[in-house]
Design a protein around this ligand. Structure first.
Ligand code: ATP
Ligand code: MG
Length: 565
């Protein structure tokens, strides 16, 4: 895949970092200041994580700083709830903006003054055309636009009308303030772009103070300049806005000259990363909320049990380029596994229990066996797991009539119970419907700990829990939210929803050491994957989410494409 960097690079190299090195080398900037500028109209997702890791990462690498700035210029869609979740998510991802928290709305007064400066220079005018007419006059990619009949108003009239727009004298949409640039420009963004619109709407932070609001184009670059941002890194759709960005900076008495650099957005397979679509999934109830573990939102991934370090690793492997490309969501799962394999404690849990009675084990007998917490990390130590006459194993670890390659339990077969004993299945008990409901087994007391002194080998090692000591839990397994690689490519994206994205298992059993498991710590259930406690858990009623299974589909994808990852 050409969309990813090699994982072994210590120094991240991409065209943005190169450009910054050059700017520093040539003395064009003294120290690097970047910003992450979310609009608080939804929750952050993996695409934002790419931008956060890029902006905060660059600030760290170059000994500069990164600001968090809320781009809150559209009061209709913005809410405090989003502001709070965004701050929580950026912190969770591991980044700190220190004292540098800003809001575009803090600059409303300054932006207004600068709009009057443009009017004073004859570079902005109040237009009475309707939104539809403005669009019609704008022309097309192949056809020049036409000047508005209001374009040549006197400066005094413009100033008077603009002040009355601010005072609330006109209804929504009645007038706009436009920059006076060039209606024949080859770049549509320079055909007298709108700078202010009338909106009688309460703003989450400025309340009813304003009846007009600046557009993104007017607010963004000027906010960058006010904050002395040196490199304003944004996604490719703003490349065509750059001439306007620079025009405004040149024509206004701003305190600094930021440089805009664009890179391509992250797209992921089996996922949508548009706030509008994610919002629709939430509002229409296709998921349980912004933090549904199937969502690509940071709050969803956190709830699912994906550690922030895995997301940072993922972001560092996704190439920063100017070309659009799609990254396999399996890469994130791979980063998660690679990290958790090293750090997660192992536990035993049986997701679909089948009862096993060890007939030659004493009635009422019970012993604690030693289990290793993490074979990858000796310092994680060991724990005690209770063993008794009645156990549960995984239903799929038994077959009555096993094929050749099935190395687990079957009638007359011997397997190892991990950290415990070798057992042999002697009898199969069924209900009236012919369903296997219980296995009768014998154990070999000589094999305590899982090894036979006579050196005899078994091919299968099963996980298990003691029936009486284990605790019942609900387990939720997740699959891709969309079956299609590129949801919505051929039809409505909702048609591509995966009907089996959530599987709820109600009667699972966990070993007792998981009873007091802390929220937020992901563990490995042996042979099943990585799991964490869901906030839906209640005392005595734990619910576990599976973050990822153990099978690495990314490794397979890499092997098929024949390149290294
Ligand atoms: P909207 O369409 O509502 O503007 P947005 O996805 O651009 O949505 P913002 O809140 O404006 O959301 O994004 C904040 C920052 O994150 C911007 O700098 C934006 O370029 C960046 N960003 C958003 N989506 C992605 C993505 N998929 N990949 C990389 N960066 C992204
Ligand atoms: Mg945006």
């Amino acid at each position: 895949m050409n969309e990813t960097n090699g994982p072994d690079d210590d120094t991240l190299r991409d065209f943005i970092r190169e450009a910054i090195r050059e700017d520093l080398g040539a003395g064009r900037v003294e120290s690097v200041v970047t910003r992450f500028p979310p609009e608080p109209n939804g929750y952050l997702h993996l695409g934002h994580a790419k931008s956060i890791c890029l902006n905060f990462g660059i600030a760290e690498e170059f000994d500069g700083r990164c600001h968090l700035r809320f781009d809150d210029t559209n009061p209709v869609k913005e809410e405090m709830e989003y502001i709070e979740s965004i701050m929580e998510d950026v912190r969770w991802l591991g980044f700190d903006w220190g004292d540098h928290l800003y809001y575009a709305s803090d600059n409303f007064e300054q932006l207004y003054d600068w709009a009057e400066v443009l009017i004073g220079k004859g570079k902005a005018y109040v237009d009475d055309l309707s939104a539809d007419d403005i669009r019609a006059y704008r022309g097309t990619l192949t056809e020049a636009g036409r000047n508005s009949p209001f374009r040549d108003r006197s400066q005094d009239e413009n100033l008077d009308l603009f002040r009355r727009m601010r005072a609330g004298d006109f209804p929504d949409g009645a007038r706009v303030l436009r920059a006076k640039i060039d209606m024949a420009s080859g770049n549509i963004n320079l055909r007298d772009p709108v700078l202010y619109r009338i909106l009688h709407a309460a703003h989450p932070r400025t309340g009813d103070a304003w009846n007009i609001y600046p557009t993104y184009d007017f607010a963004h670059g000027q906010s960058d300049a006010i904050e002395h941002i040196t490199h304003s890194i944004c996604t490719l759709e703003f490349a065509d806005h750059r001439p306007l960005y620079d025009w405004l900076i040149e024509n206004l008495p701003v305190p600094s000259r930021p440089r805009q650099i664009e890179f391509s957005r992250l797209s992921l397979t089996h996922t949508v990363l548009s706030k509008r679509r994610l919002m629709q999934l939430v509002i229409d109830g296709h998921v349980r909320g912004w933090d549904d573990p199937r969502m690509p939102t940071l709050s969803g991934l956190r709830r699912r049990g994906i550690p922030p370090a895995a997301i940072r690793d993922f972001a560092s492997r996704v190439a920063i380029t100017k070309t659009e490309g799609t990254v396999e969501v399996a890469l994130l799962e791979h980063c998660t596994r690679e990290l958790l394999n090293k750090t997660a404690q192992r536990r035993m849990a049986v997701l679909t229990p089948l009862k096993v009675v060890i007939e030659n084990y004493p009635e009422g007998g019970r012993e604690d066996l030693e289990a290793i917490n993490n074979p990858e990390d000796e310092s994680a130590g060991t724990r005690r797991v209770p063993f008794s006459r009645e156990l549960y194993i995984e239903r799929e670890d038994f077959m009555e009539d096993p094929p050749k390659k099935f190395f687990r339990l079957g009638p007359g077969r011997e397997v190892r119970l991990r950290y415990a004993y070798f057992i042999t299945c002697t009898d199969v008990i069924k209900d009236d419907a012919g369903q296997v409901v219980e296995l009768r087994c014998t154990y070999d007391p000589e094999t305590r700990g899982g090894n036979a002194p006579d050196g005899r080998k078994v091919k299968g090692t099963l996980h298990w829990v003691s029936a009486a000591d284990s605790l019942p839990v609900e387990v939720r397994l997740y699959d891709h939210l969309f079956t299609a690689l590129n949801p919505g490519a051929d039809s409505d994206f909702l048609d591509d929803l995966n009907p089996d994205s959530l599987t709820v298992l109600k009667n699972c059993r966990i070993e007792p050491s998981l009873a007091e498991h802390p929220q937020g710590e992901t563990v490995q259930f042996e042979r099943q994957g990585y799991f964490c406690l869901d906030p839906d858990s209640a005392p005595g009623k734990p619910v576990f989410n599976r973050a990822v299974g153990l099978r690495d589909t990314w490794a397979k994808i890499q092997a098929q494409s024949g390149s290294k990852g």
